[in-house]
Design a protein around this ligand. Structure first.
Ligand SMILES: [Zn+2]
Length: 416
């Protein structure tokens, strides 16, 4: 069986024929020359219609999927057409590639699929190509996907921020969190109101008007844009973010108190207590339980803060918004008298956002922000994998590529 027979089976294009397959002089590559089928007119790449020929350019090399340890190239001299419709001399359109890339479309799709499972660097190494070519491949596939995706009806969205560039910069991520589909919809620079507004510009007012639920954290610029753009939607404060803030406050109380006790030369019961106090008590093992009980015997600020935090968890068990509201008010009242400043700060913020927190119960808890949290964890993994360059563009592409559930160009043959 000849190579050309195989190619005709898996990568055949109307109007073109595979002419000959040979080794390159160094025997590292297989080169396959491609020619226009006799009598078939070239297609104008601007209007996609056949047009009379004008001239022919120098032979180009289009890189194909490597085979058995050989690089594979398609060699073709592009024609130019004198297109009357466009009124210009234009390069012809070829189905296997485009003007911008040296890789064939199938090879780009092939690399991009791998780049979703392993890092871009590993993909480049595995196929003896460069990181830049993997970048090109992902850029092509993501570009195609964004152009061809259907937004449809978006019922629920979650917005969150993520840090990058060693924590100096932020991205805004918007997810669709409907039961039917969970995906990343949009990535934007910074976490400002302007950047979040751009998301609404992208989806358009009609799609935006159908959004019924919005999940977010307490970041003021997001709250502001949601009030502006989704005034009809039920805005839900993210449960996960509230818990995370609470844990941060406990940690702060513990750190300050442990430092003070050390300075006073006291035996420090708080030594290595960090995780005991941050974990939910039902997640501790027997020995950790024992140690926790030991700590709780002392009359420490940390202990009082811990007990308030644990008590707060009860909030999520309520079903009725009214009862949840009563509980929240009572918790805030107690906390305001606790003289524990980091927790008082939280209580103030909870009071201020009371209606948004109670919306969580109004939505019958269906939109637990656990979904957003899970997506954001995936986003962080993706970011780590695409490292090699930490620029915004790389992260944007990597995030759309792994979380966007974007459609892919269709192939007649599955190159697995
Ligand atoms: Zn044309």
């Amino acid at each position: 069986m000849e190579l050309i027979t195989i190619l005709n089976r898996c990568h055949r294009f109307r109007g073109f024929v595979y002419h000959r397959a040979t080794f390159s002089p160094d025997h590292k590559s297989i080169e396959i020359s491609v020619r226009p089928r006799t009598g078939s007119a070239a297609i104008c790449s601007r209007c996609h219609q056949p047009a009379p020929g004008y001239d022919q350019l120098r032979e180009r090399r289009f890189e194909f999927i490597p085979l058995w340890g050989f690089f594979v190239f398609l060699l073709y001299a592009m024609r130019r057409v004198d297109c009357r419709r466009c009124g210009a001399v234009v390069v012809e359109e070829v189905a296997w590639g485009d003007g911008k890339h040296t890789l064939t479309k199938v090879y780009m799709l092939f690399l991009a699929r791998w780049a979703r499972h392993v890092s871009w660097k590993e993909t480049a190494q595995a196929f003896r190509t460069s990181w830049d070519k993997v970048f090109d491949a992902v850029e092509y596939v993501v570009g195609w996907g964004l152009e061809h995706r259907t937004l449809g009806r978006i019922g629920a969205i979650g917005v969150d921020e993520i840090q990058y560039a060693k924590g100096h910069k932020y991205l805004t991520l918007v997810y669709q969190i409907d039961l039917s589909i969970i995906r990343l919809l949009w990535v934007g620079k910074e976490r400002t109101a302007e950047s979040f507004r751009r998301f609404f510009t992208t989806i358009g007012t009609e799609v935006a008007s159908q959004i019924a639920f919005v999940c977010s954290d307490m970041w003021e610029p997001y709250l502001k844009v949601i009030r502006e753009k989704c005034s009809e939607a039920l805005h839900i404060l993210d449960r996960f973010h509230i818990v995370a803030k609470m844990n941060k406050a406990i940690d702060e109380v513990r750190a300050v108190e442990a430092r003070r006790m050390r300075a006073e030369g006291c035996y420090t019961v708080l030594k290595k207590s960090r995780w005991l106090l941050l974990k939910r008590s039902e997640n501790l093992d027997a020995e950790q339980h024992f140690r926790l009980r030991d700590i709780l015997r002392y009359n420490l600020k940390t202990v009082r803060a811990y007990l308030l935090k644990e008590a707060f968890q009860q909030l999520w068990e309520y079903n009725s918004p009214a009862w949840a509201g009563k509980f929240l008010d009572e918790w805030c009242r107690q906390t305001m008298r606790s003289r524990i400043e980091p927790l008082k700060k939280i209580a103030r913020s909870l009071r201020q956002h009371r209606p948004l927190i109670l919306n969580y119960f109004k939505a019958q808890k269906t939109l637990s922000s656990g979904v957003v949290e899970g997506l954001n964890n995936k986003a962080k993994v993706t970011m780590r994998r695409s490292y090699g360059s930490r620029t915004y563009r790389v992260l944007e592409l990597a995030l759309y590529h792994s979380l966007g559930k974007l459609p892919e160009p269709e192939l007649t043959h599955d190159f697995f």
